[in-house]
Ligand binder design. Structure first.
Ligand SMILES: NC(=O)c1ccc[n+]([C@@H]2O[C@H](COP(=O)([O-])OP(=O)(O)OC[C@H]3O[C@@H](n4cnc5c(N)ncnc54)[C@H](O)[C@@H]3O)[C@@H](O)[C@H]2O)c1
Length: 296
């Protein structure tokens, strides 16, 4: 595999493009928004600078990585000669079904179609294409250049040769692949999201404040980040979508999203990406400041 098309240039798409380009793959990064594409390439540049400053990357790697990425607003052009498409667009079932239909029409016959979805059924996405045996979940973790795991999800029809190729490719990227089956939330989010939801319920019910909840989980459970900070990091809209998929997929009320989470998403308080969630974020500052609405 040489040519990779990454669809969606948000939080995850820029990270996925970054790690492929850094390993010498030719990457077409596609988004409907030119602003997002410009933001993505700026973020990739900043993240490469950070890796260079830490000594984990030689300085000349910045130019070669950036030059391996081309930005496009046309999915048909981006996917036309791809060996692999990795979709990382907004977590919305109808949108992903539409995108996969378009990718299937545009990509060459042998191209593998992967999705970075956090929770949506791979089998359902695969059914929107004429090549379900070549569709697979390739679930990178945030931030992609840093996190080692790739959760690889086999859809109902995924061919074992496709799984083997994606396992091998993940290793080429310096990642550690872990293969799981296709049920709502797979493994990562089936376990993580109920914990985040419970943390939000604890705040909503007044059991404790934002800092107390995160401190208990950081110091008591050795989590590197508290669940509310992690929710801000992931994006509250993404958390809400995943909980809705779990609730619908298993038909169990235990996955119902906390009303506070629903309200915050409606108010566009989505965490880091909008500058405010449970904490407020000032560009350039690493201080963790609890949002005004949650200060005691
Ligand atoms: N945020 C996380 O921590 C995280 C972790 C793992 C997986 N994921 C998954 O990765 C995917 C992307 O999440 P994100 O957090 O990067 O979202 P995001 O909101 O940061 O970015 C989504 C991007 O998709 C673009 N987009 C929307 N419609 C499009 C289309 N038709 N064609 C091309 N681009 C389109 C948007 O313009 C936006 O730039 C989701 O499926 C999410 O569940 C997210």
């Amino acid at each position: 595999m040489k040519k990779i098309c990454v669809v969606g240039a948000g939080t995850m798409g820029n990270g996925i493009a970054h790690v492929f380009a850094q390993q010498g793959f030719q990457v077409s990064l596609v988004d409907v928004s030119q602003t997002q594409l410009d933001k993505a390439i700026a973020t990739i540049g900043k993240n490469l600078d950070r890796q260079i400053a830490k000594g984990s990357l030689p300085p000349e790697a910045k130019d070669s990585t950036v030059s391996n990425i081309s930005l496009r607003t046309s999915l048909a052009e981006g996917a036309a000669d791809a060996d692999l498409v990795v979709e990382a667009a907004t977590e919305n079932m109808d949108l992903k079904l539409r995108i996969f239909k378009q990718i299937d029409e545009a990509a060459p016959a042998g191209c593998i179609l992967a999705t970075n979805t956090s929770s949506i059924s791979i089998t359902r996405i695969a059914a929107a294409t004429g090549r379900p045996q070549q569709v697979i979940g390739m679930h990178f973790m945030n931030p992609v250049p840093v996190m080692k795991l790739v959760e690889i999800i086999n859809g109902y029809a995924t061919d074992s040769s496709v799984t083997e190729k994606i396992v091998e490719l993940s290793r080429t990227l310096g990642k550690i692949p872990c293969v799981v089956n296709d049920y709502p939330g797979f493994i990562a989010n089936r376990i993580l999201m109920p914990m985040i939801n419970e943390a939000i319920y604890s705040l909503y019910e007044g059991v404790a404040g934002v800092e107390e909840i995160d401190t208990v989980m950081k110091l008591g459970m050795a989590h590197p980040m508290g669940p509310l900070q992690l929710a801000d990091f992931i994006g509250l809209d993404v958390c809400l979508s995943i909980l809705q998929v779990l609730q619908q997929g298993f038909g169990q009320p235990k996955y119902a999203p906390c009303p506070l989470l629903v309200n915050m998403v409606m108010a566009n308080k989505l965490g880091i990406k909008t500058g405010e969630g449970f904490y407020t974020y000032t560009p350039g500052s690493k201080d963790l400041v609890v949002s005004n609405g949650f200060k005691s």
